[in-house]
Design a protein around this ligand. Structure first.
Ligand code: ADP
Ligand code: ASP
Ligand code: MG
Length: 414
């Protein structure tokens, strides 16, 4: 017996029949005597439908009203799941983010959870109810409804598990765990029995949509026992934990890709101390998230600086740069769309030199041009033209021995 937090994603609650199946699964845990807190996403693709409706009205809708709109999706699924449980004879209550005590920063669209007021949830649990919480939403100090960023229901679940000191957090989704690559892109991708928080965080940040990056951060910080598993089968999932047992023999644990990349080049910046600081502070104070940065020739009087951002930030980035043109002193801005970032991630890279070189060699053999590179202790990322994304991901997956789990152990001596 214990306290278990579960989260069911959009596909898992996509139809009434699936909601009934989720209710049955929760009941099987209740029968074992567990206290259950369940987080759900909006049904199917309903959040996308809401986004499209807003776009029909405005190309640039108010962020506050977007949050007001998008949070309705989760409100539908929590109420239906609670009704399904009640109909099956189990006491349940649905709670919105604010009713569940999820306090966030005062930011719309990508707020971080600051704290959890857990009295209400504990009160409901004490009266024997299954508590169903709307994912992806919270409330700011000013009493405004906020959202945590797309895919943020994972973070709601992990934050609840941390705040309630749950015994386990189970993320139920439409794949049976974390794979060595997106199984929709790489048919030979293998399910990992376990992965470390650090590797998972890199993969999530680099585009592996199976977990919201912030959820992994919170799980690591609070040492939440996290498992990703299928909502449709009883298969064992993937454990996300401090040091994975598999880690020892593995140089690369996974390949991730992100199609949402734009490269901006600021041409003719004065080459002097403070140029980079001026440029990137201006962008940061306008909420433009910058990823890979390259500066060319600092020796000359002027320098060119290239960096990547997400497509969604492009209008804001261009507007910010244009309106600060005089102060920053550049000649012109170019931008290149249609790019993707392909990354390999693995804790074993720390002890294995030559992994980046091998990645470049593999891409070169397939005639894939590399536009930018970025590395850390446990990852190497290459920006490539989008038309090569799948070829690059599959090539690297095979080259680093991920097509079969047996091979993973052998790659050690690469
Ligand atoms: P949910 O609605 O349950 O939150 P998501 O669509 O957000 O589901 O996440 C699950 C999807 O993540 C899978 O269907 C899969 O296509 C994608 N994905 C990307 N990379 C990976 C990976 N490395 N392992 C597993 N799934 C991945
Ligand atoms: N419904 C939200 C989304 O589609 C949150 C989530 O699914 O995690 O992004
Ligand atoms: Mg998700």
């Amino acid at each position: 017996m214990g306290l278990i937090v579960q989260k069911f994603g959009g596909t898992s609650v996509g139809t009434i029949e699936r909601i009934q199946r989720v209710a049955d699964r929760i009941i099987s845990y209740k029968k074992e005597g567990h206290d259950m807190v369940v987080v759900v996403s909006a049904m199917g693709k309903s959040t996308d439908v809401l986004v499209d409706m807003a776009k029909e009205i405005s190309a640039n809708p108010s962020e506050r009203e977007m949050d007001m709109l998008l949070t309705t999706g989760e409100q539908v699924s929590i109420a239906l799941l609670s009704m399904a449980l009640q109909q099956k004879g189990y006491d349940a209550v649905s709670l919105t983010g604010w009713q569940a005590g999820i306090m966030t920063e005062s930011v719309h669209g990508k707020a971080r959870i600051k704290k959890l007021n857990s009295e209400r949830i504990f009160r409901e649990l004490r009266s024997g109810r299954v508590v169903i919480v709307a994912g992806f939403q919270g409330i700011s100090e000013e009493g405004e409804i906020t959202t945590l960023g797309r895919g943020g229901s994972d973070t709601t679940a992990v934050a609840l598990a941390a705040g309630l000191k749950a015994d386990k957090c189970e993320i139920f989704t439409d794949v049976s765990g974390v794979f060595t690559a997106d199984p929709r892109v790489v048919p030979t991708a293998q399910k990992l029995p376990a992965i470390s928080y650090d590797e998972m965080l890199e993969l999530a940040n680099l585009g592996a949509g199976v977990l919201h990056p912030r959820s992994v951060e919170v799980a690591k910080k609070h040492q939440v026992k996290l498992v990703v598993r299928s909502s449709f089968t009883a298969e064992e999932g993937t454990y996300v934990e401090e040091v994975s047992g598999m880690e020892t023999g593995r140089v690369v644990s996974g390949v991730a890709h992100d199609d949402d990349v734009v490269k901006i080049t600021v041409v003719g910046m004065p080459a002097r101390v403070g140029t980079l600081s001026g440029l990137f502070n201006t962008l940061a104070s306008n909420q433009v998230n910058v990823d890979i940065i390259i500066q060319s020739s600092y020796e000359a009087a002027v320098t060119n600086i290239s960096f990547t951002i997400a497509l969604g930030d492009l209008p804001r980035a261009l507007k910010t740069l244009e309106s600060n043109r005089e102060q920053l002193g550049f000649e012109k801005i170019d931008h290149e769309m249609g790019l993707a970032k392909v990354s390999i991630v693995g804790a074993g890279m720390i002890n294995n030199p030559g992994v980046a070189a091998e990645m470049f060699r593999q891409l070169a053999e397939q005639d894939i041009p590399i536009k930018m590179v970025s590395t850390s202790d446990i990852k190497v990322s290459c920006v490539v033209p989008q038309e090569f994304t799948e070829l690059a991901v599959r090539t690297l997956h095979t080259a680093f021995g991920l097509d079969t789990l047996e091979e993973i152990a052998i790659v050690h001596g690469l």
